[in-house]
Design a protein around this ligand. Structure first.
Ligand SMILES: C[S@@+](CC[C@H](N)C(=O)[O-])C[C@H]1O[C@@H](n2cnc3c(N)ncnc32)[C@H](O)[C@@H]1O
Length: 204
């Protein structure tokens, strides 16, 4: 079954079209809907390996923009996109966060997170792990987004996720949830797009 899912329609399409992952279609779908990425923008991509989102974001920001990506796993370089800067390591580390900031040379217009932990199949553990990734993305966004900026995060359905989304609500003008056509049918994932960061600083 897992083998079947891995080699699904979008997996094959991504391969044929030169995308490094089927995830590329998810960011394209989100951006087409919410217009998150504009020419000249600075984008932070948390959990960017193998690089499908970067392949979508880099041409959309163009040569005047920047895409800073970080993952625990090292990516193959993007020689075709000099605006892409890659970091290898844990997004939780303060030293890596300082590097994200300095590579961008200013506040980010959008923080994108497709981070997810290694799933165990144990429902409670996986739910806690995925909420921790989303909390980390929200924390980093508060350190690095410009006022009016956008945060996009992958989350998984569950009570803890609902609680987390409630904490986020006052800090953005508008929160939307999107279940993507390009997510697997069996997936419990959805994406939260938080538009219009109010710049109110870290939660207390
Ligand atoms: C679903 S993949 C991302 C796919 C990617 N968006 C793409 O388009 O190819 C999730 C990634 O999150 C990364 N990740 C999870 N926790 C992380 C952390 N604390 N710091 C950096 N990367 C992390 C994992 O290593 C994994 O590669």
């Amino acid at each position: 079954m897992a083998e079947y899912n891995r080699k699904d329609h979008l997996y094959n399409k991504a391969k044929a079209e030169g995308f490094r992952s089927r995830a590329a279609y998810k960011l394209a779908e989100l951006d087409d809907k919410y217009k998150i990425i504009k020419p000249g923008f600075k984008i932070l991509d948390l959990g960017c390996w193998p690089g499908g989102w970067i392949q979508v974001a880099a041409p959309r920001v163009g040569a005047q923009g920047a895409v800073v990506g970080i993952d625990l796993v090292e990516l193959e370089p993007f020689d075709e996109f000099p605006q892409v800067k890659l970091l290898v390591g844990d997004a939780r580390d303060e030293s890596n966060q300082a590097q994200m900031r300095s590579l961008a040379g200013g506040a980010f217009d959008a923080v994108l997170s497709d981070m997810s932990p290694k799933l165990t199949g144990i429902k409670e553990a996986d739910q806690a792990g995925t909420v921790a990734c989303a909390e980390l993305a929200a924390y980093i966004a508060e350190q690095m987004l410009r006022k009016g900026g956008t945060l996009v995060m992958k989350v998984f359905k569950g009570n803890e996720t609902e609680q987390f989304i409630r904490t986020l609500r006052p800090r953005y003008e508008k929160l939307t949830r999107t279940e993507l056509d390009s997510s697997r049918n069996t997936s419990k994932e959805f994406y939260v797009t938080a538009l219009g960061y109010k710049g109110s600083g870290p939660a207390t």
